[in-house]
Design a protein around this ligand. Sequence first.
Ligand code: HEC
Length: 324
Amino acid sequence: MALPHERRLRAAQSGDVIVALERRRQFCAAFLVLTVAMAPRPALRASGQETPSAADACQSVTGSVDQIAATLSAVPRYGSTYVLVLSAGVGADVTSLDAPVLKAGEIAVHAGAAGAAIVQAKGLKARPYPLDGENLTKPIADLLAGRANAAVLWAPVAALGIDRLDPAGTLRMVNVGGPEPPPTSFSGPSAGASDPCAVNLAGLIEGNGVVPAELLVPADIRRFIGRPPPVRDPEEARQGAALYANQCARCHGPHALAQTGALAPVDLLRSVRRFQYAGFEYIVLNGRPKNGMPPLRGTLSEPQIAAIYQYVRARSRGDLGPDQ
Ligand code: HEC
């Protein structure tokens, strides 16, 4: 899949660079424009009240907190990300918890979630809300009603609240801190990566310029050195083929070879023979942002990178042909 118009974003805190897809942004913009036309909706409705439409995927996510948790756990790439949500009244120059103006008031958080600890660590006053169905999107409602100026929330929860209560997009979200675990009641089994509401929420978070928290912390090469390459496994190599097609082929071409016209001027079938596994994993996690290779921390898990390595290695050895 060749996607045009790559766009680079500078992550606020680390100077790290990710490549975001312009097309995704256009989609987000269209999505937001669509939601502007709709009336604000109550935070948690009983199920079966409305027929969901494709443009409004999160409308079908109703019912118990457990069901909502399953969807929110499936939000791609943002599972370890917390955001600072700011009301329209807060100046655009405020982009972190260090802003003096935030010292005056209380910051809305969910009790027991990592956001509460982030706020306390900055010496700021937290206003805790219980993490239950009734209070899940209450911090967002309070920001909109002027009862609070700022909140530090798990990104998927913040996005759900904004999707439901702020169709005009008056609130903004910015990264806060590095990767933190999701609230405990939300780390349960995920509803699957293609959950349409989860994908929409990831688009909404990305549309605010928030990057997956893993990208704010470079992966340390020392963690990988000496790690043995994955044991040759044809089944894993085939799984890796699908991941390669999704995550790498648009730059490295369908056959992992240097190709004229392809975005990446390297032949991965050769690279994989030159690199230790540690080096391969390190490059995939950190990318080479200056040269156009994006960091894929937060996008790919370490087992997924191992599967991609298996695939490229199997291709390189001739165990798998180009179309297998
Ligand atoms: C947005 C485009 C893009 C994507 C997506 C991408 N790469 Fe790259 N990659 C590049 C570019 C450009 C280079 C060359 C960078 C350089 O020479 O420093 C590169 C270099 C590499 C290298 C170093 C090769 C060498 O011999 O120095 C490896 C390994 C690599 N990519 C693996 C991957 C894998 C695996 C994936 C998918 C999980 C992937 N890349 C996804 C653009 C991309």
